[in-house]
Ligand binder design. Sequence first.
Ligand code: FNR
Length: 387
Amino acid sequence: RRLRSILALDDFEPAARRKLPRPLFGYVAGAAETNSSLKDNRNVFADWAFRPRYLIDVSRRSMATTLFGQEYRAPFGIAPMGISAMMAYRGDLALARAARDAGIPMIMSGSSLIPLEEVAREAPGSWFQAYLPGEPDRIAGLVDRVARAGFETLVLTVDTTTMGNRENNVRSGFSTPLKPSLRLAWDGALRPLWLWDTMFRTLRNHGMPHFENSYATRGAPIIARNVERDFGARDHLNWTHLAQIRQRWKGKLVVKGILHGEDARRAHEEGADGVIVSNHGGRQLDGAISAFRALPEVKSAAGNMVVMMDGGVRRGSDVLKALAMGADFVFVGRPFLYAAAVGGERGVRHGIEILSQEVDRDLALLGCISPEEVGMQHLMRVGGVTQ
Ligand code: FNR
């Protein structure tokens, strides 16, 4: 049906724009201040061109990629995105189930509206992303809860010292807490499909959405005022907090939001198993370097840690350029949330299938039989700043 006209990940965006109320679409699409990091995340890929090799037998190629002893069917996964269940009915579950069936990892957001235990039960291979709580006993409580639920990989996002300045949210009428207003009601009324598909079904079957997994606002409904406290209570966090978590968490520990070689080195020293190089989709510090540009420095400082990245990955060719630049794995955010908004679990499945086919095709066209083979020898700088 609707999904048949979606041929590329970017096609989900206009479809989601038509389905979602304006404040919700704006929340997903938007970034901080001037959008310069958001734009650079996309543009940077064009600064590098492929140098493909031919007459190599690639008939037995495979995209399979092993991370932390786990084999995934493709070298990409789904990035953590908060309040997904506002965009799609049981959004986190739609993302997690589709990823599970496709054999790729999905990172569940700590700012989600569905209890983490439910996602762990439905899709046991999912990873969990936490925003660091500042107090030692709360750190212990959260870490133990995530472990009890059965998650094996914990992702700590460190780039949210305080909330980024997202003016577009103010302009489009989005906020957490969500403030019921005439404007919001009007925007909702203009989107009856979303109202029925997502909002009414959620309210009927599960009641008012609550923040279920964040340490400060656990149990707070999305319209509660204390939701604000969750952000801003984090600006005293430092490496000793990471060390505490490392002591307590026995599973794989990944630090997300690293953009500097020195921070990668420190994360390694503190016992992290991996980093996700990321500028949070341009939503935090506007003007922050894009992950793709930061990759070489982080990679060389990362020791034996797994180096992953996200930001602006929309095509199989972007995935392969990131791998060539030193990433072991990449994550994709917004397109999969748009896919969930447009077509639920089936939409996400469709999105994963599109990107998988692109990666497979581009691997062949590049002359490689596996993601590990892709390296700097396949790239040449053709634009941007020169050293
Ligand atoms: C995010 N991101 C994010 N990251 C995180 O660690 N925890 C979170 O709760 C969220 N929430 C969130 C919500 C929405 C709507 C978006 C778009 C993003 C950042 C996300 O994990 C990832 O870093 C970027 O989205 C990657 O960039 P692309 O693929 O969206 O360009």
